[in-house]
Design a protein around this ligand. Structure first.
Ligand SMILES: [Zn+2]
Length: 437
């Protein structure tokens, strides 16, 4: 498929705007996969994997594995894998959320992941996620909802009421970040589950809802993703970490030639440590690989001949805070994807896996950058080391440089995602050995 960088970015923006929660990210990926002829596998059914077949499966509606069984090479002979995560830091609604204060209706929230809280103030917020409900026959059902419109905001406290705000304003996550939804009279009562029932029926008119039971709903900024900058060299959006990588890996898979076996895994819960049925510490990927291998000895060969590229955004060097980077390892926007290295294995990269990535990048004429955190600062991590440890598959950590990671709006270069996509496509198509041995 011939695609330009502009077309790629426009499709990326459509994906970012629709993928407001991990559930919606998976639903959007399923749309693209089914349009391309991928069929769903169920984990509780037998699988009949055929050469040239294209499949996907999901867990918890929030993690996804897509698989291409190679025309020329079966999964047992090794799988080219790309990994990413579907979740982003956000504010999630509590189970008993209704709060009425000073004539305003608010919702209690908990903080999901390492959110940078300051940028959440004064935004046009909407709400989306998954709702569970009981239907009249008594069965349990789940459905996705997304209000789409700006239905809430978290107003700042005026500087006149906090003269030290620019010096040392602390944000109390329990009391200071409750979104405001509407005005209420003293006698008014607001039932959040009743509101959700209305919304469910609006978005899913066929569904019969006896009562809403529970939900996983999070607020998000309604501002659309866009190109910005004097020369339109930047892309700016919510959830670039790490939906940019989910989309890039998916697009690379859709554009690959299908000769070699290929897999994309997008896990939920990376931002909170990855330990869940759908997270990278859960058994999703290992379970899929074991089933594809068929036996213990086949698994060892499959793992030995496979490679996983764990893709997650990297910290670009910030011009106003350049001292936060090692001076020789400050990735720049639009200068190519970043290989992340850490001596303590917070990243899974080694010289063999990064060597292959450099070879593939040079075949696409794409430059590569390196990131190592300063020795006097703590290092983040990714699904890379967790997946490598669980599967025994050689892994490396890469990602496009971004600024403002974990802000409600993040910034990346307009070229880097497309460059990474071309390298990942090259990887999926690469018929050579994935290791030196
Ligand atoms: Zn991330």
């Amino acid at each position: 498929m011939n695609m330009s960088q502009d077309e790629f970015n426009q499709q990326l923006f459509g994906f970012l705007a629709a993928a407001t929660t991990p559930f919606h990210a998976v639903a959007e990926m399923i749309k693209r996969l089914t349009a391309a002829g991928f069929t769903r596998l169920l984990e509780n059914a037998e699988w009949d994997i055929e050469a040239g077949g294209r499949y996907f499966l999901t867990r918890n509606d929030s993690s996804l594995v897509a698989l291409v069984a190679g025309r020329d090479s079966s999964p047992r002979e090794g799988i080219r894998m790309v990994g990413a995560h579907t979740d982003s830091p956000c504010l999630m609604v509590k189970p008993n959320p209704e709060i009425q204060s000073q004539g305003l209706f608010q919702l209690g929230v908990q903080v999901y992941g390492g959110a940078l809280l300051n940028p959440w103030f004064d935004r046009n917020l909407s709400l989306a996620g998954r709702v569970s409900y009981q239907c009249p026959e008594g069965q349990l059902r789940v459905a996705l909802v997304d209000f789409r419109e700006a239905i809430a905001t978290i107003p700042s406290l005026a500087i006149h009421l906090d003269r030290d705000a620019n010096k040392n304003r602390e944000i109390n996550a329990q009391t200071a970040i409750l979104p405001v939804l509407c005005l209420l009279g003293d006698e008014d009562k607001f039932d959040f589950r009743a509101l959700l029932q209305q919304r469910l029926l609006m978005e899913h008119p066929q569904s019969e809802v006896q009562q809403v039971l529970d939900y996983e709903l999070s607020f998000y900024d309604t501002q659309a993703p866009s190109l910005i900058g004097l020369r339109q060299e930047f892309i700016t959006s919510a959830r670039l970490d790490n939906l940019l990588s989910c989309f890039t890996g998916l697009e690379a898979m859709l554009q690959s030639d299908g000769a070699m076996s290929a897999l994309l895994v997008c896990n939920d819960h990376e931002e909170v440590g990855s330990l869940s049925t759908s997270g990278a510490q859960g058994c999703l990927l290992t379970s899929v690989l074991h089933r594809l291998a068929g036996s213990h000895s086949n698994y060892a060969a499959l793992a030995e001949h496979s490679l996983l590229m764990s893709t997650d955004n990297a910290h670009a060097i910030h011009p106003n805070f350049a001292d936060r980077h090692d001076e020789n390892h400050g990735p720049l926007l639009n200068r190519g994807p970043v290989i992340k290295v850490n001596a303590s294995q917070r990243y899974a990269t080694n010289s063999e896996t990064s060597g292959l990535f450099r070879m593939l990048a040079s075949m696409e004429d794409v430059p590569v950058q390196s990131f190592v955190v300063r020795n006097d600062m703590a290092c983040g991590s990714t699904i890379g080391p967790i997946s490598a440890g669980a599967t025994g598959v050689r892994t490396l950590d890469i990602g496009v440089p971004t600024l403002g990671m974990h802000s409600i709006r993040e910034l990346a270069g307009s070229r880097d995602a497309w460059d990474l996509c071309r390298i990942l496509r090259r990887f999926y198509n690469y018929a050579g050995p994935l290791s030196a041995s």
